[in-house]
Design a protein around this ligand. Sequence first.
Ligand code: ZN
Length: 545
Amino acid sequence: MEKELILKYVLQNAINYNGKANPGAIIGKVLQEKPNLKPKIKEISKEINKIVQDINKLNIEEQRTQLLSLDPKLLEKKEVKKKELPELNIKNLVMRFEPSPSGALHIGHAYVLGLIHLVCKKNNGKLIVRIGDTNPGNIVKEAYDLIKEDANWLTNNSIDSFPIQSERLEIYYKYAKKVLELGKAYICTCDPEDARSKINSGKACPCRNLEAKEQLERWKLMFSKYKPGDAVLRIKTDIEHKNPAMRDWPAFRISEKEHVKTKNKFRVWPLMNFAVTIDDHEMKVNVTIRAKEHRDNEKRQKYLYDYFKWESPKCLYVGRINFSDMKVSASLAKRMIKEKRRTDWDDIRLPFLPALRKRGYQPNALLKFAEEIGLSEADKVTNKKEFFKSINSFNRDLVDETSDRYFLILEPYKKLEIKNAPKKNIQLDLYPGVRLGGRKFYTESEFYFEEKFKKDQVYRLMHLYNIKNREFLSEEQDERLSAKMIHWLPTKNAIEIEVLQENNKITKGLAEESIKKVKKGDIIQAERFAFLKCLDNNKFIYLHK
Ligand SMILES: [Zn+2]
């Protein structure tokens, strides 16, 4: 029975890794399916090693045939899940991701940036993260650094460069002049309401037909005389376009709001469609992936590409991920941080990358999530629980093998004496069957327990012995006792610890002495509780079960 259970996971692991199974990766799966095997972990590990040796001698086809007869679902699952990323067949591929610095990157960004990174990597391309900061009124100063750190983290340092648009204004100005000279743009000084209703009814305002020379005069005035709202540079499209939203789009406006980086040096700001077109051309971007609501923007930008006789990039689109019960919004998070309802962008409760990083999520878990959704235009509705269930399972696969095991007891706990307790010196494994030993315990009769003991119920102190009615019962593990497995700590040498929980509250507790070995940044598994990341000496943050 257990042999079969082990065998199917060994086969699955072997098939997924070119025919060579890794013993360390199997034990977790086996215990996940049958947690009651935990006490027999030594025997199970031995068995796994034996089976792995046998299975690794087979070729993948033989392994496949065996798994097919044993549990075909394990075979299918992996294959159906794997959506192929596109082969682009483009020489000198350059892609970009353009966040605005209105906050840190969130889990929605992680999907899009993650996907762009994966597609780019598969096609040997270069990836640029361009900071779109041409709206001075919507910038969070610390976002520049946060975006850089998080993008580097998420992509395992694969970003080629981080150009910042507010440092490129002179370039946009140069092209604004060019398009005015071409007669393909105009500076509208009409009352904004009038201009809008004219455009909506498909009629040109008087500014549209002025000569290029006059337009260039007006362009100069945008830098001096005109006040914000007085003048807008528009790109000519088709004034009678059947979709009014396509008619003559705005490309520059005046704003006197102070900019975080350039202060009051500039007052003429390009709007997104203009800056994006110029940058994509100048940076040789040839494939874009963005949210499908940008489809109309692609059409708007096409006019500019045509006027300059430039080749436009190939555009691919993805759908949105909507969370039914969670607001993923930079402006909301910013407000909550300001009102001190959240500590900062890395507050454990926020769905932003600084928080996920701090908790111990691995970039590859998020990349796996992006890969699993793939390049799909379908909108997805999910909720917090589903989302975390999926990234937690990816993350568990990544951290399990490297996380040492420790005993932890959290408040409320009790100090209790076990009658007739034998004194014991035992040594437990840091990782069962793999990293042996490393955790020494000396037990007498006093322990800390979280458990509320029931009368006449047999309990097994994990890896130690059985008790009943707070009295020593027997040493050996015995299924007939139907003992409830509990964890424990000897009262001597227990270390005080703190765990920052998901609700941002700190729970105090105690841990075994060997937890002193854990260093800042290490991820551990607190047995029977959760994976935790060490934030500092004896301070931990909750990661996941
Ligand atoms: Zn006008």
